[in-house]
Write a protein that binds this ligand. Structure first.
Ligand SMILES: [Zn+2]
Length: 62
């Protein structure tokens, strides 16, 4: 049996994977890829989403 390490990132990458998938950019509707929970992201003026919008309310992580 091969021992495949769960090592997808080398050299300390700081990129965070988004658990939320944007379903509708117009309304900011997002869905969690893990648990399927949907919510509407808060959009700041200028079209930017709040940082927390990309996190599931259930705290799911990929
Ligand atoms: Zn979730």
């Amino acid at each position: 049996m091969q021992n495949i390490a769960f090592e997808t990132s080398k050299g300390g990458e700081k990129m965070t994977k988004k658990v939320m998938a944007l379903l509708d950019a117009a309304t900011g509707r997002m869905k969690c890829k893990v648990c399927g929970k949907e919510h509407f992201a808060s959009v700041r003026s200028g079209g930017h989403y709040y940082k927390g919008s990309w996190q599931c309310v259930n705290g799911c992580k990929i």
